[in-house]
Each structure stands twice: as C-alpha cells, then as structure tokens.
Design a protein. Sequence first.
Length: 327
Amino acid sequence: MEKILLISKEPERWRDFEKLLSGSYEFIFSKPKEAADFKAASIIATDEVSNIEKIPSTEKSRLPLVFFDEADDFSKEIQARRQGATEYVSLPTDRELLLFRFKNLSQTSQLIKANGDDIRWMRMIRREMLSMQEGMAEIMAQTVESRDENTGGHVTRTATFIGILGDEFVESGKLTRDELNLITMAAPLHDIGKIAVRDSILLKPGPLTDSERLEMMSHPAKGATLIQKMQRRFESHSYLKYAYDIALNHHERFDGKGYPNGKKGEEIPFWARLMAVIDVYDALVSDRIYRKGMSKEKAYEIIFSGVDTQFDPEVLEAFDNCKDYLL
Ligand SMILES: [Fe+2]
C-alpha cells in the first residue's frame, strides 16, 4: 500500500482524515523537527506552510506534496503552492473525490521516479562511453608517441597545453567546457598521420631532402584519412570530429601559406588554430636528439613574430595571457 508521509505538529488532528483514506493509503506521521522517512513515502502531506520550507528541495522535486487545510483559504493555498505544494486539499471533503485526487498524485509520483531512473541510466551510459573514448584516444596517442622517439612527450604535452590555452576561450564564452574537453581529448591525435611516414624519414636526425620533406608533410592528410575511417566505425565518439579538424589543419597558416590545403584565416577550424600555436611552441622549447630546446623567451619571440602571418592574432592574445602557465 502506498504511504503518505504527513508532517504535522498535531498529527491527532488528522486521525479522521486518515480513516477516510484507510484501505487505500497508509499514513506515516512525523513531527516537523523529527527526521522524516521520505524514502518510504510516495506522497508528502503537511498542514503548515513553514513545514514545506523545511522539506529538502530534492524530496520536493521527487515527491508530490499535498497541503491540508481545514478552511478553503485562497491566500494560504497561494503561499503553500509558492513554497512547492503540488496540491491543496480543504477538509472536510468527499472520500471518493479525495481518492481520485490522490490517484492522480501517485501517477505523477511514478512518472517522476521513472523519469529520474531514465536520467540516471543515461548518465551512467554517457560516463561509460566517455571513459571508453578517453581510453581509445590515449592508446592511439601512445602509439604515435612510441613511434617518434624524437619528440619525447610532445604529443601528450600538447594536450595539456591546449587545455590551458582553451581555458581562456571558455572564460570568454567562445568555447563551452564540453567543447574544450573534447578538443583536449582529440589533441594527442594531431600527428597520428606520422604512423604512415617511414622510419628512415621520421627518425632522421639531420635535415630532410625535398622528397623526404614532402613525405613528412603528408602526415596531416594521412592522419585525417585515418580519423575519418575511425569516425565511420565509431560514430558516437564526438571527439573524433575535433581530432579530424586538428590533424588535417594543424600545419595550416593564418596567411594561407601553410599545408596541406593552404586554408586561410577562419577557413581553418578554430581548434586547429589553437593547436598550430601550441605545436610550434612545444617543438621550440623541447629538447631533440640533435638539438637542445630554446628558452621560453626566445620561443615567445619567434611565435609573436608570426602574428597575422602564421598564427591567428586572437589565439596569440590568449597565448600571451596564459603562456607563463605552460612548461
Ligand atoms: Fe604535425
């Protein structure tokens, strides 16, 4: 039998009312200062507006709340409803009529509960999918990193850096927090196309010949093709859209003189413009087998010399704000 939790200073006042509903509902009485058993109830009832204020809002949103009154008082009804009462019952009333009203309330309660269960279930599935996506991105990023011994942590470091740079745009409202999370997840895949570049070129310590350079410059397009194949297989992995844009466009330049497609300005996806700065900065300050990384100051100088040519000025302004937080 469904239970009505009745919160009242004077529960004895409501004994007749309890009898009126006997056989259909069971009552649990609770005084306002006592710990009420909300879990057992499917409806909350009370006779004072001040009691409604003390009911936790999570319980008020989960259970129908009935206000009982011995008078038919509009102003009291308004006060009670303002505080969250879903139903106002003035007594005395007819048993059958009351049972109809309570039946409706029980149905509402069941709908709220079913809806809540659905939402919890969907949240759990979403969490599991996100952790699968993160796991997959991490494994692929590690594959890229293990292939290119020169870069020592570049792939994973750029993900951290793009998070710091992207935060500037979350604060300004240009990116949402969810978008930045996906961009951060996608960033380690920016050089995934290097998987298709031969070892003799990828691991060559000295300068590359023209044909070798061309093969190296094919990695954005090769990476994008690989990610496109993954997109077909894992449609629900929303970070792959960002991974595709970043892999294909991270060597494009703001002035249109980059590769592979010579895209210009805002034709280059915004997240790829973020990666372009981060990618160059990290490459400049990191040690390589064949050379020592340069100082941060020297790297800033080179990067800021690329305003309006290599890099988006808006991104460089944000980079200037947060550069001290980068390693
Ligand atoms: Fe690259």
